[in-house]
Ligand binder design. Sequence first.
Ligand code: HEC
Length: 305
Amino acid sequence: MAATVSRICGAGLLKSASTPSITQISSYSTRDWSRSRKALLGSLGVLAGGAGALLFALDKSVKASELELHPPKNPWNHNGPFSSLDHASIRRGYEVYKQVCAACHSMRFIAYRNLVGVSHTEDEAKAEAEEQMITDGPDESGNFFQRPGKLSDYFPNPYPNEEAARAANNGAFPPDLSYIVSARHGGEDYIFSLLTGYCDAPAGIVLREGQYYNPYFPGGAISMAQALFNEVIEYSDGTPATASQLAKDVATFLKWTAEPEHDDRKKMLIKSIGIFTILIALTYYIKRFKWTVIKSRKIEFRPKK
Ligand code: HEC
């Protein structure tokens, strides 16, 4: 094998032995560029730098609202590169969503079947679905009818449309929560801080009717009243339902709804590290093996007399 490789490589790379013609490549320098080329490249560099600075300034100007408090980073169970979501917490978070948030917030992109194997068994998820009455149809006579939910049904919307939602909430629209963790700066830290951060408005801030003060909400005046209090619901697993526990669990649940692939993604990382470690070692060995013949060969330059 090695002999064959050496013969092929040797033949290709070292052919010039009979006709020695080696030109020296001069070292790279901008000295022999034309003036216009230098000017063009110079202005391109200035333009790129300017564009970068402008983007940075624009980004800063959007974030720097003086009335906004940035959420602190919390030590979530799923923070590390190899850490999965806390599934008991997802299950409790689902209970919080169902019993508190679902009164106002829809979750259009999560179906009951998505819970199977994540927070509920198939039978439990079926039972959850069957608690809801879903409008289906039309039947043979063209009428819509109500039926108990199935695993394939999506979570029900508390309002028939956005206008109804606004009318019920003082003109403010409670956003769909499926992707809210990805849709807000700070992700689950923001959700946690928002839910636990309600306080009295500082002097000088006037709230309109139906507004509440929350320093984490951009601008401070939010149209959602504080939803979580100690013992506002009871957990089925007996965990003490303090306001911060409820907020932590619902934030974990919302992290899962926004990134259902979270655990698989991290598992994939572990697998790919394993596979690529082997592949890189193998590639390195093969490279060394193939090049031994050339690397251990001495090349001499003998100009013709
Ligand atoms: C009484 C109805 C109601 C309940 C219950 C409710 N919300 Fe809200 N929520 C609202 C409304 C209305 C808004 C829009 C507020 C605004 O735009 O000022 C909102 C906004 C939000 C936002 C978006 C804030 C932003 O940055 O735009 C999040 C996140 C949120 N709610 C989470 C929750 C969670 C989690 C629960 C359950 C623990 C919950 N809400 C319970 C009515 C409700």
